[in-house]
Design a protein around this ligand. Structure first.
Ligand code: HEC
Length: 289
């Protein structure tokens, strides 16, 4: 690219849309291992593009601060500050197409933030904890690093529930990559085929699986791969032995000693049956596929 004169640069800054102007801090290669990788639907760039933003450049974006007391990643009342996720969407997103933020962690756990979730809970990409830069951050619950990035909220109140599943706070740590995606595309891959009624067990199971299971279990390239068991594997399990499938969800350690999957001990039988009905839609009867 030709280097413009300072005067031209100023007018370009005034004329270019907000999103395109902000692409300036997106680098084509990482400077350090602690940079945030950004991908997906970036304004003015093809969908496969990978870009990186440094921690220092993120600190120069508009910052917000909150005192949080209900985030399980912190042992006590903690002051967090950083950039609101919706600021990131406005800065980098191909609006209005990018309406879903996917945060991907070093262990391949993924958290999804829809526009509705962002409006209700105002998630924040945390850059400072108690005023400290990240080299001084406390360790995570498992003794590993909280960084490079984590997400928290001013406070979290469940806004919805499906059967005995209450909306959960999405508070991953160890985030290395953010993708700006389309909700219709990402959730589309796990939407059950066919015209199910919204209050059918299949659709209720879908809502729960989308919020919960999709963070660790993948369908193709979407969803987390932390579990190493895909949606189709889960579907096969649901079809072949529904009772074992439900027991795995309610109490994974009773099926797999030392299971890393969290127990869902609060799920009612009806809730577990809705999940079974939903996952079964992905494999046809009798074939075990
Ligand atoms: C925090 C991550 C996480 C979440 C959320 C999660 N799982 Fe898992 N799941 C795992 C992991 C990891 C395993 C592999 C076994 C283990 O270590 O627990 C697993 C294994 C399983 C298995 C056993 C598969 C096999 O090979 O036998 C089933 C069935 C399953 N998950 C279903 C679900 C369903 C249904 C949901 C949503 C209600 C869900 N999981 C949510 C992490 C998760």
């Amino acid at each position: 690219m030709q280097k413009p004169l300072p005067l031209l640069m100023l007018s370009a800054t005034l004329i270019l849309p907000f999103g395109a102007r902000s692409q300036a801090i997106l680098r084509t290669a990482p400077l350090t291992a602690g940079d945030l990788e950004v991908g997906g639907e970036l304004a003015g760039l093809p969908a496969v593009t990978r870009r990186w933003v440094t921690y220092e450049d993120l600190l120069k974006l508009p910052q917000e601060s909150y005192t949080v007391s209900d985030d399980t990643n912190f042992l006590a009342k903690t002051e967090v500050s950083g950039v609101a996720l919706d600021t990131l969407v406005r800065r980098f997103g191909q609006s209005p197409d990018a309406d879903l933020i996917v945060a991907i962690c070093y262990d391949n756990y993924r958290a999804n933030y829809s526009r509705a979730y962002m409006a209700a809970h105002h998630p924040l990409l945390v850059l400072r904890i108690n005023g400290q830069l990240r080299e001084h951050w406390p360790k995570s619950e498992h003794g590993g690093p909280m960084g490079p990035f984590l997400i928290s909220h001013p406070f979290f109140k469940s806004e919805s529930s499906v059967l005995s599943h209450d909306e959960e706070p999405q508070i991953p740590y160890g985030i290395t990559r953010i993708e700006l995606r389309r909700e219709s595309v990402v959730y589309g891959v796990i939407r059950p085929k066919g015209g199910w009624r919204a209050d059918s067990p299949v659709m209720q199971g879908y809502e729960i699986a989308r919020q919960d299971c999709f963070r660790c279990h993948n369908m193709g390239k979407d969803g987390g791969t932390m579990a190493g068991r895909s949606w189709m594997t889960l579907s096969r399990k649901a079809r072949n032995d529904g009772a074992l499938f439900r027991q795995t969800i309610r109490n994974p350690a009773s099926v797999t000693p030392g299971a890393r999957m969290p127990a869902h001990s609060g799920y009612s039988q009806v809730t577990l049956e809705a999940l079974t009905a939903y996952f079964r839609t992905f494999s046809s009867a009798g074939t075990g596929r």
